[in-house]
Design a protein around this ligand. Structure first.
Ligand code: ATP
Ligand code: FE
Length: 343
């Protein structure tokens, strides 16, 4: 089917057109510059920018795909979870387009978009294990279908991307922190500082990253020379921190894989999956095909929303004009509405 996707749940306004697995267009308009001065995403600014950019974004997605709106089989829009203002803006635009044309509307869970991406990029077959690691999320999901997810575990506090960002801030590195910390770590000695491996002593796949952040703060404070942090020690701290995150994620992934003996593959998505050390640690423990979609499809985008919508559409799902934004929408079989009920 020919699907139009719309995404506006955080700080990227995005729209894409897919025909089956073929990405005809994938437009992302980032708001990073708008929020940079505030050190984080400001919900009101985000919502306003989405309202301003959505129409143009959709127009560009259609024109780049050389497709007319009337040809579209279904409109897939992120209906949650995320910032309420942005989600509402996207849902309203999608409803407007659907109402004017009679094209079916499908509300997509943003996390389902991430979790189904390996099917779009690599043709992963159900069931498979998914690790979502980003600035806002960290969880293991068993994926059995476009509307069938089981959460096996996840962070009990910070997401790893958030930890990378905070560590960068503590060490005076630029934001976003992930790439900056990775660059510094490349020049450091990962064994110079002993950082904790949180929750490894506890059974299961839950993770914790806030203690690591505190350990980095302590390491920094004990490394100051005349009130300044020498570059070499800063690099060592980055390397040690990164290794701690990588090893913790790898060990918990090993356990999650053991919980899913029938999973055909292990896939990662989210900005943190861009990290080379983390990627190779995960690949290292993986006893079956390891899938890491290309970065532009790992971070927020609308192609993944269109793809999830495409799968749901083919499974017979569709929403009416009463589709409501769900700023909180856990991605778990027990909490996700089943096909045909509540949709
Ligand atoms: P979400 O999509 O879950 O709401 P988000 O928009 O913050 O959150 P992404 O865009 O997927 O998530 O990822 C951004 C995060 O990834 C940031 O926290 C960033 O620091 C981190 N990140 C990006 N590149 C790297 C890297 N090379 N190493 C570690 N972390 C990275
Ligand atoms: Fe996301």
């Amino acid at each position: 089917p020919l699907i139009l996707g719309i995404e506006s749940s955080c700080d990227d306004t995005a729209s894409a057109v897919l025909r089956g697995r073929k990405i005809l267009s994938n437009v992302v308009s980032s708001q990073t510059d708008l929020h940079a001065a505030f050190g984080g995403v400001v919900p009101e600014i985000a919502a306003r920018a989405h309202v301003e950019k959505l129409d143009l974004c959709v127009e560009q997605a259609l024109s780049q795909a050389k497709v007319a709106l009337a040809e579209i089989d279904a409109i897939a829009v992120t209906a949650g979870p995320g910032l309420i203002g942005g989600v509402m803006a996207g849902v309203m635009v999608a409803k407007g387009l659907a109402m004017g044309t009679g094209i079916p509307l499908i509300g997509v869970n943003h996390l389902a978009g991430h979790a189904l991406t390996p099917r779009l990029t690599d043709g992963a077959t159900y069931p498979y294990l998914m690790l979502l690691v980003s600035g806002g999320h960290c969880q293991f999901l068993r994926v059995d279908g476009p509307d069938a997810f089981t959460r096996l575990g996840g962070t009990i506090d910070d997401a790893p991307g958030e930890a990378f960002d905070k560590v960068a801030k503590l060490l005076g590195l630029l934001q976003p922190g992930g790439p900056a910390v990775e660059r510094a770590a490349a020049a450091g000695d990962p064994a110079a500082f002993a950082f904790p491996r949180p929750l490894l002593d506890r059974e299961g796949c839950d993770l914790s990253f806030s203690g690591l952040k505190t350990a980095v703060l302590r390491a920094r404070d004990t490394s100051l020379v005349d009130g300044a942090l020498p570059r070499s020690l800063r690099n060592d701290i980055c390397a040690g921190f990164q290794r701690a995150v990588a090893e913790t994620l790898a060990e918990k992934s090993r356990r999650a894989l053991a919980l899913c003996p029938d999973a055909t593959a292990f896939a990662v998505a989210g900005g943190v999956a861009a990290n080379g050390a983390i990627r190779s640690a995960l690949e290292g423990i993986c006893d079956r095909p390891f899938l890491a979609p290309p970065l532009p499809l790992c971070t927020d985008n609308a192609a993944m929303i269109a793809w999830a919508g495409s799968e749901l559409f083919e499974a017979g799902a569709h929403d009416g004009m009463n589709l409501a934004p769900r700023p909180r929408w856990p991605l778990d079989s027990s909490a996700t509405p089943m096909l045909g009920s509540g949709r």
